[in-house]
Design a protein around this ligand. Structure first.
Ligand SMILES: NC(=O)c1ccc[n+]([C@@H]2O[C@H](COP(=O)([O-])OP(=O)(O)OC[C@H]3O[C@@H](n4cnc5c(N)ncnc54)[C@H](O)[C@@H]3O)[C@@H](O)[C@H]2O)c1
Length: 282
């Protein structure tokens, strides 16, 4: 059965009726919103996160609000055995895996930090480089390896890698400047963020072509910055770089998530959907 023929639910090609969607970092700021979007279109979100307490609360809210069978599992995506164990539990409880959203990442909150010396390239600790690559890139690889194989066996599935506007443009370090600090202590967006996000675009193309004969599509989404109470001056500076003149609201990626995870995007693979208020076109 083709993907298009499979979408017979109430939401037409956007319908996710009964599809099991694994979301890494599912209890974080955006992970929760991705899960809501999946549930609202009939899917079953499975939240993977480090500490099961918070994800379980999120899953409970989703079950109450959407009547979905949402699950929460404590998983460290940097550990292969943890990812494999999660996969076995999901298959036992839900029987299949249709969607993987590689969303977890280390997200340094530069604009709120005052101990930022270490972020500068000259001082950036190797241990931090390894930790950031481990979550954002190795974690995405391991999840794709384990969950992607299940989808390939099923003959259908979608992998969505969450990149960033900083996958397509360089960080503008002027955004993070603090007038009160000497040059050598000026905060910068860490090198790892740009490297991880750019690499995810490469992983996206690799996976899209690797499993193309098994019905597994893979795309990336590159969101711009979300307003989450950042300092006024930072928000003002960033907003001047964005044609739409503001940061994103936390729910403004939900439409794109449903599109990319559903049959509405059935002829799309290996692409990067940039949703950044126009920032990268300026
Ligand atoms: N928030 C933004 O403005 C923004 C903008 C562009 C892109 N993004 C990207 O969107 C994604 C989500 O961002 P967010 O703002 O919700 O981040 P967040 O920090 O709120 O959430 C990340 C989640 O990942 C989890 N996590 C970290 N390490 C893990 C591990 N080893 N195993 C399992 N889970 C782990 C954390 O516990 C957390 O719940 C990230 O990839 C981020 O880079 C965010």
């Amino acid at each position: 059965m083709s993907e298009a023929k499979a979408s017979t639910g109430a939401n037409g090609p956007f319908d996710l009726g009964g599809r099991v969607a694994v979301i890494t970092g599912g209890a974080g700021l955006l992970g929760q919103r991705h899960a809501e979007a999946i549930a609202a279109f009939g899917g079953i979100p499975v939240l993977l996160d480090l500490n099961v307490g918070r994800p379980e609360l999120v899953a409970e809210r989703l079950r109450e609000r959407f009547g979905t069978r949402a699950l929460a599992l404590e998983v460290d995506i940097t550990r292969p055995e943890s990812v494999r164990s999660a996969c076995a539990q999901i298959l036992k409880r839900l029987g299949r895996i249709d969607i993987l959203i590689n969303n977890a990442a280390n997200n340094p909150k530069m604009e709120n930090s005052d101990k930022v010396n270490f972020t500068r390239l000259e001082n950036f600790p190797l241990s931090q480089w390894e930790a950031d690559l481990s979550v954002g890139l190795t974690g995405a690889f391991l999840c794709a390896q384990v969950f992607g194989e299940v989808m390939a066996r099923q003959g259908r599935g979608v992998i969505l890698n969450v990149a960033s506007d900083l996958a397509v443009i360089a960080p503008d370090q002027r955004l993070y400047r603090d007038a009160g600090l000497p040059e050598e202590r000026q905060p910068v967006k860490p090198v790892t963020y740009a490297v991880v996000k750019s690499a995810l675009i490469g992983l996206t193309r690799y996976l899209a072509t690797y499993w193309c004969d098994q019905g597994v599509r893979c795309n990336a989404i590159s969101p711009g910055g979300v307003f989450d109470g950042q300092p006024e001056e930072f928000v003002r500076r960033l907003s001047t770089l964005i044609p739409l003149g503001r940061m994103a609201r936390v729910d403004e990626y939900q439409g794109a998530i449903v599109f990319l995870c559903s049959d509405a995007s059935s002829y799309m693979t290996g692409s990067n959907l940039v949703v950044d208020g126009g920032r990268s076109c300026w």
